[in-house]
Design a protein around this ligand. Structure first.
Ligand code: CAA
Length: 292
């Protein structure tokens, strides 16, 4: 393994995007002892992330699940920046969790290719865009892969590491090891495929759940109850879609359908209608369920 690309070489992690995923990925890295920069173009987004993470740490301490010293150390290890140029210059490993738009991601990865140190691995948390789509823009495609976390990222153990055709073995090994150091259980996906593993599995369940509800076979409450009480799922498919965000669910379906053209991947009209009404799930106060 090349020394430059190895886990020993990583002390500073840059997370791009302070949204739902980025902020919790950053906190996972800070808790694991990495100096961690959260970069976002929005100062408001950074402030909201800081507020949530400080609140989360305080509640963990209050619950007796985190030592005060560890909480303070993690919060101290985090820094917040709107300036991608200086943040990238200091990063040994980058996890991009910005908006799921190819033009935005391509511009970021092009910049990272110029600004990040030569040894830095450039990973994307994207669930819909394989890293092959941005790899060429970096000028270092062998050091690019997907590192896909799950919501809520401070809790969920899975990280999908997805290699594209040019990703090197060293990049894969270091990314998998970094995930382990963050307390995760990484899985490797050897070839890009829409949805990777988890979203393909959950997509099949969601599709079937929507079919049952749309056909009037059962209520969403009873479908969710069945998933919990018969299958042992922590939450039913409708509650999960509300947690992930119906806009995200709709976006994933659109992106997958555009790539595969398969009827089974087509966006669901009921989900699209809720999104059009501004019912995005928990974050907007209503989705399949009412949270107000
Ligand atoms: N942020 C941080 N921590 C959270 C949290 C959040 N948003 N929500 C819950 N937690 C923590 C709680 O603090 C609690 O921690 P402790 O037990 O250590 O005190 C723990 O999670 C359990 O929480 P609760 O007791 O409140 O509730 P629960 O037992 O129902 O668990 C859950 C909540 C972890 C979300 C659980 O319901 C679950 O695992 N649901 C399935 C989640 C899932 O499938 N995620 C994948 C989504 S798909 C995706 O992310 C991919 C994509 O590309 C869109």
């Amino acid at each position: 393994m090349s020394v430059e690309n190895s886990i020993e070489n990583i002390s500073t992690i840059l997370v791009i995007g302070a949204g739902t995923m980025g902020r919790q990925i950053a906190m996972s890295a800070a808790l694991a002892g990495f100096s961690t920069i959260i970069q976002d173009i929005s100062q408001e987004g950074l402030t909201a992330a800081r507020t949530e993470l400080e609140g989360w740490a305080a509640s963990r301490v209050a619950k007796g699940k985190l030592e005060q010293g560890a909480a303070t150390a993690a919060l101290d290890a985090l820094s917040y920046s709107t300036d991608l140029d200086s943040a990238a210059a200091n990063a040994d490993f980058v996890i991009e969790a910005a908006t799921e738009r190819l033009d935005i991601k391509t511009a970021i990865f092009e910049k990272l290719g110029v600004l990040a140190p030569a040894h830095a691995i450039l990973a994307t948390n994207s669930s819909t865009l394989g890293s092959s789509k941005v790899a060429a823009a970096t000028g270092r495609p062998t050091q690019v892969c997907n590192m896909h976390f799950f919501n809520p990222a401070l809790v969920m153990k899975c990280v999908e590491v997805v290699r594209h055709e040019e990703t090197s073995d060293e990049t894969v090994a270091t990314t998998m090891e970094l995930a382990r150091r963050l307390g995760k259980e990484p899985v490797l996906i050897n070839r890009e495929i829409p949805g990777f593993i988890a979203n393909r599995l959950v997509g099949a369940i969601q599709r079937e759940a929507l079919f049952l509800a749309d056909s009037g076979i059962a209520s969403i409450e009873d479908i969710d109850t069945t998933a919990r009480t018969a299958l042992g799922h922590p939450m039913g498919p409708f509650a999960l879609m509300d947690m992930v965000g119906l806009d995200v669910i709709d976006f994933i379906a659109q992106a997958t359908h555009a790539e595969t053209g398969a009827d089974t991947d087509a966006p669901n009209q009921r989900v699209a209608a809720l999104v059009a009404e501004g019912k995005l799930g928990r974050k907007s106060g209503a989705g399949f369920y009412d949270y107000k």
